[in-house]
Design a protein around this ligand. Structure first.
Ligand SMILES: [Ca+2]
Ligand SMILES: [Zn+2]
Length: 721
């Protein structure tokens, strides 16, 4: 009997016959793992009755039980049963077996299971940096771009000719523009993460040039964006704020000689002229909110910078007080629109100004504006929001404030609205086969809905602070689980992390750098029932595809990454790294399971001496081991993490010569390469049907016009509210 057949017979004997269609992939778990003290659920999309949680180390049973009665998932129509192994709290590496179906990928349980993902999302922001060269290593692969857009930016549209300094900031998404309004919700989320979890976040370091400096790494990364935001103000005496800084179109950048070239280029190859775009009142208000918030956060670390932020905020806040009407703008570009009316933005600005300064007038401004949201059709707090509606951000600041002076009745009313909205999220999650908190409602899937799934954690955490409830925190955890594989697709939605992650995000550097793996730590947009591109499937619950051309489904963006960073930050254990900073800290509790010894981290951290990073990549032999995260700037570091056992550990060797040892694993992430064939456009420059640069036939140019039209449609869609 051929060996392969023998294995098959053995498997059938042990597991019993498999129902038609049942497979390992029907068992969906949080592939980056579960926290010891929090909910642990898996969704089973096949008929079965029992589950067993098995320790990878010795094959022993950690726990077993009966699946919940299968229910029809409200979004997908699938019949889903749930395995709940929340009672298991011992750290280690496990997999779930479901007789008659199969087994899940391996995953860790441990206090540190979110740490790699958290740091990866921050490396995602680092990779987005504009106007500087960027380089970092992840899982043994180096991602880099040269200094870009050094001509930022021209002032033709804001009242003068020539140009002035508009440098720094993050590229916004898959393109290279910089947008003030979208920076608003992004920094609003990230700065909120610091306010709520800074005492833990400050213990983390990763490989950015500022690491080891006066600012915690997290605040150093955010400062890169803040310093650009400051430059969007017209002047120190003119509080208007440029709405965005972009080229005139998304399309074909030009080479030095003015010839159009493929838009899938590295940022340093994008030579289009970029402009400050005129002011609008939503951008002004978001500018005020971001900088007022930043001011109080940076004050203990850099008082001069904090004062600069607050002074700029005051100038623009005064402008808003003197100009109370909503101001739209005439946009000379066809890049992302981000147009929105300003009542929510002004509310948020007032809240941050009050919280930072204690100014009674700002408090009155907030409370007057808040009341206007409590009408027959709107409430103080929404269960779901995105860049165009930042009202919630202002409400959270108000609710969590320690300042005196608030109107008691207003506090009570807004708090009630917040807990009601949070309870809605819990109910949605309980009704969803995959635990998704935005399920079962109209508009549950829209452009960037994955970001919205992560963003529910902001409300859930705020509600938990006001009126603690286990379900609030567990529902947030379930959103993280959903993002990392407990979902319809059985796939992680974040590049470089977890089970079968996206390989073809709509992200120019990932497409243009000649490296198969996309830049890591980036959350893709996800299912979208208004996508014009997945024309044959309008069900957002099932229509996400990993295709570089589908920017409505598979782009990445700072306002989606930020809430994921926030969500993960809420459950981090403090880093106890020493010499090498975080680079040196293993997920020791996971490593213990089967001898993966990311554990020698302490020594790994001390081993290195130069700023060079980690090579990573040499696979370990034990299962489940997890090395630390590379930290190039400190002192060596340990290589990659077997974040999800599913994706296999690339252990690493520290540059200092101490080897970390990652885990080997069952389903290596190479498996995720399995669907690479579907895209097939990597590097071919054929996105959206665009021809390769060398093939500018009239037909091709016609296609380009079509592309332009599609882009314009995108602008219109982003402009909707
Ligand atoms: Ca708005
Ligand atoms: Zn750039």
């Amino acid at each position: 009997m051929p060996p392969r057949l023998l294995v098959l017979v053995f498997a059938v004997t042990v597991l019993g016959p498999l129902p038609a269609g049942a497979a390992d992939s029907d068992i969906r778990v949080s592939s980056i793992g579960y926290l010891p003290a929090r909910v642990k659920r898996a969704s089973i999309a096949a008929s079965a009755t029992q589950w067993t949680l098995v320790r990878d180390a010795d094959g022993g049973t950690a726990s077993s039980g009966t699946l919940s009665a299968a229910k029809t998932d409200v979004d997908t129509g699938q019949s889903i049963a749930i395995a709940d192994f929340s009672s298991v709290s011992d750290s280690g590496t496990y997999h779930l077996e479901v007789p008659g179906v199969g087994r899940s990928v391996s995953f860790p349980i441990g206090e540190n299971v979110y740490r790699e993902a958290f740091i990866a999302t921050m490396l995602g922001f680092y990779g987005w940096r504009c106007n500087t060269a960027v380089s970092f290593t992840f899982h043994g692969q180096t991602f880099a771009h040269d200094a870009c857009h050094m001509d930022d930016a021209h002032t033709d549209y804001i009242g003068s000719t020539g140009k002035r300094d508009g440098q720094k900031g993050w590229h916004d998404a898959g393109d290279y523009g910089k947008y003030t309004v979208n920076a608003g919700i992004t920094l609003g989320s990230l700065l909120a993460a610091w306010e709520e979890y800074g005492s833990v976040i400050k213990t983390f370091t990763w490989a950015i040039p500022e690491s080891g400096g006066t600012l915690p790494d997290f605040l150093a990364e955010l400062r890169w964006e803040l310093e650009w935001v400051l430059k969007m103000q017209y002047s120190a005496s003119d509080g208007r704020v440029s709405h965005k800084l972009t080229s005139l179109t998304f399309d074909a950048p030009y080479d030095g000689g003015g010839t159009a070239i493929d838009h899938w280029v590295m940022p340093e190859e994008d030579l289009q002229t970029r402009y400050f775009v005129p002011s609008g009142s939503a951008a002004i208000a978001d500018f005020v909110a971001m900088l007022a918030k930043a001011s109080r956060i940076y004050q203990p670390f850099d008082a001069a910078f904090a004062d600069q932020c607050l002074n700029a905020a005051k100038v623009s806040y005064a402008y808003l007080q003197a100009n109370t009407a909503n101001q739209t703008l005439t946009d000379p570009t066809s890049t992302g629109g981000y147009t929105t009316t300003d009542p929510d933005d002004r509310l948020w600005a007032a809240a941050e100004m009050w919280e930072t300064t204690g100014d009674a007038a700002a408090l009155a401004d907030f409370e007057t504006r808040a009341a206007k949201f409590n009408t027959g059709t709107t409430t103080y707090v929404d269960s779901d929001f995105d860049w165009s509606n930042v009202k919630n951000l202002g409400m959270y600041v108000y609710l969590l404030s320690k300042r005196s002076g608030r109107a008691a009745a207003t506090v009570t009313a807004i708090q009630k609205a917040a807990t009601t909205a949070a309870d809605t999220l819990v109910t949605n999650r309980n009704n969803s086969g995959y635990g998704r908190a935005l399920s079962g409602k109209a508009g549950a899937y829209y452009w960037g809905s994955n970001g919205a799934v992560a963003r529910t954690c902001m409300l859930l955490q705020v509600a938990n602070r006001l009126a603690p409830k286990t379900d609030y925190l567990d529902t947030c955890v379930d959103q993280i689980s959903w993002i990392f594989g407990r979902n319809y697709y059985n796939r992680s939605q974040v590049t470089g992390l977890g089970i079968n992650p996206p390989m073809h995000p709509h992200h120019r550097p990932s497409q243009a750098d000649g490296i198969d793996s996309p830049w890591p730590g980036l959350l893709v947009g996800g299912g979208n029932n208004t996508s014009t591109q997945a024309a044959d499937n309008k069900n957002g619950a099932t229509n996400w595809i990993d295709d570089v051309n589908d920017y409505e489904l598979n782009e990445v963006a700072i306002n989606w990454n930020a809430p994921l960073t926030y969500a993960l930050a809420g459950f981090l254990a403090p880093s106890t790294g020493s010499a090498g900073g975080d680079a040196s800290v293993p997920q020791s509790d996971d490593a213990n399971a089967t001898g993966g010894s990311g554990g020698s981290a302490a020594s790994g951290g001390a081993g290195g001496s130069s700023g060079s990073s980690v090579s990573g990549g040499s696979p370990g032999t034990a299962a489940g081991g997890a090395g630390g995260i590379a930290n190039s700037s400190a002192s060596g570091g340990v290589g990659g993490i077997a974040s999800s056992s599913a994706s296999g550990g690339a252990g690493g060797s520290a540059s200092g010569g101490v080897s970390g040892s990652g885990g080997a694993s069952s389903g290596s992430s190479a498996a995720s390469g399995g669907d690479r064939g579907s895209g097939g456009s990597k590097g071919c420059g054929c996105a959206l049907g665009e021809p390769a640069p060398s093939d500018w036939s009239p037909f091709s140019l016609g296609l380009l016009l079509v592309v332009g039209a599609v882009r314009r449609l995108r602008k219109l869609r982003q402009g909707r509210e």
